[in-house]
Design a protein around this ligand. Structure first.
Ligand SMILES: Cc1cc2nc3c(=O)[nH]c(=O)nc-3n(C[C@H](O)[C@H](O)[C@H](O)COP(=O)(O)OP(=O)(O)OC[C@H]3O[C@@H](n4cnc5c(N)ncnc54)[C@H](O)[C@@H]3O)c2cc1C
Length: 446
């Protein structure tokens, strides 16, 4: 099974995965001298404000993705980039540490809005990241149709798509780039090909307007990670975006009260204007995040990409959409569109992401444990603080935190560095030496 001249490719979902697939596949088709027809079905308009026009995410574009996009000739314009990120701050109950990476100077991390802007925002000149990518797909020849696909069936050997009671098209290749929208995934599960949507958990997110002067002054060009002991919360990321900060809460079934509890916590309060009151109404949502892999993300004439297939645990979901979409496009164009082609040439990419997430699970569990056991977190922070004073030297302890939270390295690589005997010995000796030194100097100074 291969894509012949004139073949029709239908993509469900115009988020990053759908746009990336369309861009990469159409580039390859052009190079191969094939004329293919791409149609992206997307129910949202990414120019609308609030949840209806947004793909709900913290909006951090990782350093590796910024670089990969530049290599593809996709440079994020100033209307899309809300803020450039130069460092990460980690806040624990007992203090804070700023981490910079020497690597960042060449690459950069960007923060973006996934929709037209927060609900109720009057800001002009914001272009959503998803709208920008979708426009790129159109420039490469894709057609975009604003429809909700609510029926898929296999009549004969080709998939057919429906919206309402209307048959929209029959296609030679169906690309499932619908993220983790359960109803769309379920539609395909019911066809019995063996596909199963990935497991998810709920998160909580909000956009808080503070004005760009305040955001620059208090948050700088840094992402702030709060590892606090607030019941039900694993960690909170605060991402500056011009006039707004995005507050992203990861925990066990987080609710609006968790966002409010965080904003009222003494560690966060000092970053807010004095007398700050949580507004009556503010843009917030409870999107699901993928925490596992889809089962069998392919069949004859069908392939799933992005969150609908495999994505990196908690980090760089947009980067995973890039990786899976590229691998699927290469397979479809260069190898074929049969189940066997995807199994041999696309599945290994998904498997490597899935395997890596096992290491990620361990790292995030260890990080959570460390952040709630103060002697360990304080010792770790002391080591990192000392490293950060001299960035000319190697900074292995800072790099572990940096790489975990920026999503710029594979979890396996970070895991192996974190378990290196010298790392473990140094950390535990720090746990013993620092308190002893502290007691010694306090006696000496009396
Ligand atoms: C709280 C939170 C924070 C996150 N932070 C980050 C971050 O900072 N950086 C990062 O890289 N990743 C982050 N992610 C992950 C990231 O959002 C996803 O990995 C990424 O959006 C996946 O892209 P996608 O194209 O596969 O899916 P999506 O972005 O979900 O796009 C799917 C598209 O399909 C459309 N669709 C679905 N069903 C249908 C249908 N039946 N008909 C028509 N259209 C349909 C939807 O409208 C949507 O536009 C975060 C996720 C969450 C929940």
């Amino acid at each position: 099974m291969i894509l012949h001249d004139g073949a029709r490719i239908a993509i469900i979902g115009g988020g990053p995965a759908g746009s990336f697939f369309s861009i990469f596949a159409s580039k390859l088709a052009r190079d191969m001298g094939k004329a293919l027809d791409f149609t992206i079905y997307e129910r949202k308009s990414f120019v609308s404000h609030g949840a209806s026009g947004c793909n709900m995410c913290a909006g951090v574009v990782s350093e590796s993705l910024v670089q990969n996009l530049a290599l593809e000739g996709i440079n994020l314009p100033a209307t899309v980039v809300r803020w450039g990120i130069e460092s990460y701050f980690f806040h624990i109950e007992g203090g804070s540490v700023e981490i910079k990476s020497s690597r960042l100077r060449q690459r950069g991390i960007a923060t973006v809005f996934r929709g037209g802007g927060p609900a109720g925002s009057l800001a002009k000149g914001i272009q959503s990241f998803d709208d920008f990518l979708l426009q790129k797909a159109v420039e490469h020849g894709a057609h975009v149709k604003r429809s909700l696909i609510d029926g898929i069936c296999m009549e004969g050997e080709k998939p057919r798509l429906y919206s309402g009671k209307n048959m929209l098209q029959e296609c030679d290749l169906l690309v499932g780039a619908f993220g983790i929208k359960a109803s769309t995934g379920k539609m395909y599960e019911d066809l019995g090909s063996g596909y199963k949507v990935p497991p998810t958990i709920k998160t909580a997110q909000s956009e808080i307007e503070l004005g760009s002067d305040w955001v620059v002054h208090r948050f700088g060009h840094a992402i702030h990670i709060f590892l606090l002991r607030i019941p039900g919360i694993k960690f909170v990321s605060v991402i500056p975006k011009g006039d707004y900060i995005t507050v992203s809460v990861l925990g066990k079934d987080p609710k609006l009260d968790h966002i409010k509890a965080f904003l009222g916590h003494h560690s966060m309060k000092k970053f807010l204007p004095s007398g700050f009151q949580v507004p009556e109404k503010f843009c917030h949502c409870f999107p699901k995040i993928s925490v596992g892999a889809a089962r069998k993300p392919f069949a004859n004439r069908t392939v799933f990409v992005g969150d609908a297939s495999s994505s990196r645990l908690y980090k760089d979901g947009i980067g995973s959409a890039y990786i899976t979409a590229k691998a699927a496009a290469h397979t479809a164009l260069l190898e074929g569109i049969g189940e066997k082609d995807f199994q041999e040439h696309y599945l290994p990419t998904c498997k490597s992401l899935n395997r890596d997430n096992l290491f990620g699970q361990f790292l995030f569990a260890a990080n959570h444990l460390m952040s709630i056991v103060s002697p360990i977190s304080r010792s770790y922070f002391n080591i990192v603080q000392r490293e950060q004073k001299n960035l000319q030297k190697n900074t292995p302890y800072s790099d572990i935190l940096w790489d975990m939270f920026t999503g710029s390295r594979f979890y396996k690589d970070i895991f192996l560095r974190a378990l290196h005997p010298s790392f473990v010995v140094y950390l535990f000796s720090a746990m013993v030496i620092y308190p002893v030194k502290k007691v010694f100097f306090s006696f000496k100074n009396r």
